[in-house]
Write a protein that binds this ligand. Structure first.
Ligand SMILES: *[C@@H]1O[C@H](CO)[C@@H](O)[C@H](O)[C@H]1NC(C)=O
Ligand SMILES: *[C@@H]1O[C@H](CO)[C@@H](O)[C@H](O)[C@H]1NC(C)=O
Ligand SMILES: *[C@@H]1O[C@H](CO)[C@@H](O)[C@H](O)[C@H]1NC(C)=O
Ligand SMILES: *[C@@H]1O[C@H](CO)[C@@H](O)[C@H](O)[C@H]1NC(C)=O
Length: 343
């Protein structure tokens, strides 16, 4: 009998049994191509644009890309990829700063791409899913995310079984929408939202996070989801009762919906009290999978990305100061448990 590591077990369960003796390390179509201009392993991040159909008639979309220091200079050894979506009115480079995902301390081996929302109308860069953003018939950021994955996998050597999505606030909302999409949730191994904004259907002109969330999970397929939220969040209230309105889905309801969608509703969550009592971690495991859905409830914490470092910008006051731990480490450790079997 082969020894089933949790990783292999996870892979086997979602798609098909892959014997390590018969599998080959495969990379994406970009493997072996010359590195895009300006990008070098561990070097500075670079701005890129793509022509996108995310807006009717076409539009130029922007993103910032970082290659980790361990990335192979010949672009022939595949690396994992993380897409990190910023909050409303934040430029992509501020998401890079806040998460620390391009730093040696947190990340030496994953490619990180920070897409930028369109600054289409007041109040600035934003993503589908916010009541102030245009509806999906005008701008559909799910289309952009899918095009971006096509572009990145065809220019960089990416392990397509290890693509992850993280997002903050409005970008956390988009993370939810990508998890809801049967196209995107077949390309992404795990999703993590922080201080995420999941608006109720009545807060929007179209249902997106409620009735519109149809991830098509049949046959035991899982969409691993993590959400971290401050109980003192004054922008996206934990109970969804925002002042000012409109309201978001209460976090227990959002998390519960993913427990249900993943078929884990019959199992009791495991609860851990961390950080000297300030953090409650709830996690649901089922069908032989650990931590399919994970939720961090953070006492005294406001709206933002938990980190020990100061962050400047509006988030520093909104989040009510630094924490004694880093959300980036928590998220990366959980991401590393998940991989898709590429069909
Ligand atoms: C990327 O674009 C931003 C906004 O235009 C700019 O501030 C930044 O310097 C650019 N970064 C690089 C590496 O060119
Ligand atoms: C957090 O919320 C609680 C309950 O509303 C309140 O008592 C407390 O003062 C708040 N803490 C901070 C730091 O805002
Ligand atoms: C819990 O959070 C409060 C507010 O940020 C902080 O003053 C306190 O030191 C924290 N407790 C621990 C054990 O970290
Ligand atoms: C959190 O991240 C910072 C780097 O931003 C690092 O210096 C610090 O040691 C980390 N703290 C913990 C508790 O991991």
């Amino acid at each position: 009998m082969p020894v089933m590591t949790p990783l292999l077990l996870a892979t086997a369960f979602i798609f098909q049994l892959i014997s390590p003796c018969l599998s080959v390390q495969t990379g994406s179509a970009g493997c072996g191509k010359a590195l895009p201009e300006g990008l070098s392993p561990g070097g500075p991040s670079q701005n890129f644009t793509i022509e996108s159909q995310s807006q009717t008639g076409g539009v130029i979309r922007r993103y910032l890309a970082h290659l980790p220091e361990q990335f192979d200079t010949t672009n022939t050894k595949s690396a994992s990829l993380i897409l990190a979506f910023h909050g409303q009115t934040q430029p992509a480079r501020s998401m890079e700063r806040i998460t620390g995902l391009s730093t040696h301390f947190f990340n030496q081996d994953a490619i990180v791409v920070y897409p930028e929302g369109l600054d289409y109308q007041s109040p600035g860069q934003q993503w589908l899913g916010d009541p102030e953003a245009p509806p999906s018939s005008v701008i559909d950021d799910r289309v952009f995310a899918n095009e971006l994955l096509d572009e990145l996998t065809s220019s960089l050597c990416i392990d397509e079984s290890r693509i992850y999505v993280a997002g903050l606030s409005n970008g956390g909302g988009l993370t939810g929408l990508l998890a809801c999409s049967p196209i995107l949730n077949r390309r992404v191994a795990a999703f993590a939202g922080t201080a995420a904004a999941f608006y109720t259907d009545t807060s929007l002109t179209e249902p997106l996070f409620g009735a519109g969330c149809t991830p098509e999970l049949s046959g035991g397929r899982k969409v691993p989801f993590m959400e971290l939220h401050g109980l003192n969040d004054s922008v996206i209230a934990y109970d969804g009762d925002n002042a000012p309105a409109p309201n978001t889905i209460a976090l227990p309801n959002w998390v519960g919906s993913w427990v249900e969608k993943n078929g884990c509703a019959k199992t009791r969550p495991e609860t851990e009290i961390l950080d000297g009592g300030n953090v409650t971690k709830c996690s649901w495991s089922c069908d032989g999978w650990e931590d399919v859905v994970v939720h961090y409830k953070i006492n005294h914490f406001g709206h933002g990305w938990p980190s020990t470092a100061g962050q400047g910008e509006p988030f520093e006051t909104l989040r009510l100061g630094p924490t004694t731990w880093n959300a980036t480490s928590v998220i990366l450790e959980w991401f590393s448990k998940w991989r898709l079997a590429v069909e």
